[in-house]
Design a protein around this ligand. Structure first.
Ligand SMILES: *Cc1c(COP(=O)(O)O)cnc(C)c1O
Ligand SMILES: [Zn+2]
Length: 428
């Protein structure tokens, strides 16, 4: 269960020891998180990475394969990623931002969240390590993506989730034929159990013993943002945080692009978004701590509900080092954020996107971001998976049915709030 590779390997963040390529959850010596370390000089010597070489690649994350921990001989199968980066003029107008972009991973292939990026890189390695069964501890979206991609690759999947997960996220896992185990506890209980299972069985858990590989998949969102801005870095990134991995990896992606000479060096500030009901990282940022104080999650933003985030301390330090900030918003603001993005840009995001949208609005209101700065808001999941968050928001759902007659329709229109006489003008 090991493979050798000239261009990348596991390295400990703390003690600097290296471990080649094998399934490992943390440094066996000091228990610190492991990260993939690349020898970009060797990579550049083998096949130079240029804007052109990337643009010649497929229209998905595999165009960046040379900058990812992808085992030799791996043949990419699924066209994951390369989601739209759209100019958000309408949302910008509402919140006082004139240079706002939305990176829309709510339409990521194949399971409508940014987790498809991390899972595809993790499973490429799971196959190389020889795992027949893969799994994860999940707050929902990861479960969906592991189940779908394991099915496609012919791997068995065993997925553990907190028992109170949204029904849609459970259904979106079961449909792929995955084994799903609901655990009577919160995500942090589930994750601890998965660590024990990974030690006991020869299973590949994408966010436990494959975590260093998994996490690198998040970099592709950063690469895409820079490429889609015309090989430019933005001034600011606003990103939701659960374990605190994605926000760090977007920064890592930007730094690699600078080191490779693919974009011009410039400071980018990172802003983290959480729900108040689970806000250990935003609390740490605001208090100026180098650690996080674990919390017991209580929020509708379940995909972000990790009370003891693995990359929390590192994310907190990184955000402050860039001159950024973090905020958290109430569940009521989360739902308003979902509606605001849908009404202004036609993008239906899940609760996590409501968090990010509401936090973005607050950052502009606080003056932490100036109106004309280029800011990218990371929308990471799809609203169709969390429709229960909107129950009770629209009285139309139980409005009376109108008889199929023009005059009844006209009467009905006049009863409605907000219908203007203008709309009722007859056609010539
Ligand atoms: C997992 C997840 C995140 C956060 O990811 P981390 O890398 O754990 O911080 C954000 N948004 C959605 C929708 C997610 O599912
Ligand atoms: Zn170490």
């Amino acid at each position: 269960m090991e493979y050798s590779c000239q261009t990348y390997q596991l390295k400990c963040n703390e003690c600097g020891r290296t471990y080649g390529n094998r399934p490992l959850s943390g440094c066996p010596e000091c228990l610190a998180p492991l990260e993939i370390h690349y020898d970009f000089e060797a990579i550049q010597k083998q096949t130079p990475i240029t804007r052109q070489s990337i643009q010649n690649g497929p229209h998905n994350i595999w165009r960046y394969a040379a900058m990812l921990p992808i085992p030799e001989g791996f043949e990419p199968d699924l066209p994951v990623g390369f989601t739209p980066l759209i100019r958000a003029k309408n949302l910008g107008k509402r919140i006082g931002a004139s240079n706002l972009y939305v990176k829309n991973d709510s339409v990521c292939f194949p399971t409508l969240s940014f987790k498809d990026r991390v899972v595809s890189v993790a499973l490429a390695n799971a196959q190389k390590f020889g795992f027949k069964t893969v799994g994860c501890s999940s707050t929902g979206n990861l479960a969906n993506s592991v189940a779908a991609q394991a099915a496609r690759l012919g791997l068995d999947a065993c997925i553990l989730v907190p028992a109170d997960l949204e029904p849609a996220k459970i259904l979106n896992t079961l449909v792929y034929g995955a084994r799903l185990v609901r655990i009577d506890g919160n995500y942090d209980h589930v994750n601890r159990l998965c660590t024990q299972i990974a030690d006991e069985y020869a299973w590949g858990f994408v966010n436990v013993n494959l975590r260093p590989y998994y996490a690198e998949g998040s970099k592709t969102q950063g690469y895409e943002i820079a490429e889609q801005l015309g090989w430019r870095l933005p001034d600011n990134v606003v990103c939701p945080m659960a374990g605190g991995s994605l926000i760090r990896k977007i920064r890592k992606a930007f730094n690699e692009l600078i080191a490779l000479g693919l974009v011009e060096d410039k400071p980018v500030r990172f802003f983290g978004a959480q729900a108040t009901g689970c806000s250990p990282i935003s609390q740490s940022v605001r208090q100026g701590w180098d650690y996080i104080e674990p919390q017991r999650p209580n929020t509708i933003a379940r995909s972000l509900a990790i009370g003891n985030p693995a990359d929390g301390p590192a994310a907190s330090k990184m955000i402050r080092a860039t001159g950024g900030w973090a905020e958290d918003v109430s569940d009521v603001e989360v739902v308003s954020g979902m509606q605001e993005l849908a009404e202004s840009e036609g993008i239906f995001t899940e609760t996590a996107g409501g968090v990010t949208t509401a936090v973005t609005a607050r950052l502009y209101a606080q003056g932490r971001i100036s109106p004309d700065e280029t800011t990218v808001v990371c929308i990471t999941g799809n609203g169709l998976k969390t429709t229960d968050a909107l129950v009770g928001r629209f009285d139309h759902l139980d409005a009376r049915a109108v008889r199929p007659r023009l005059s009844d329709f006209a009467d009905y229109l006049r009863e409605l709030d907000g219908v203007t006489e203008n709309e009722l003008v007859a056609a010539d």
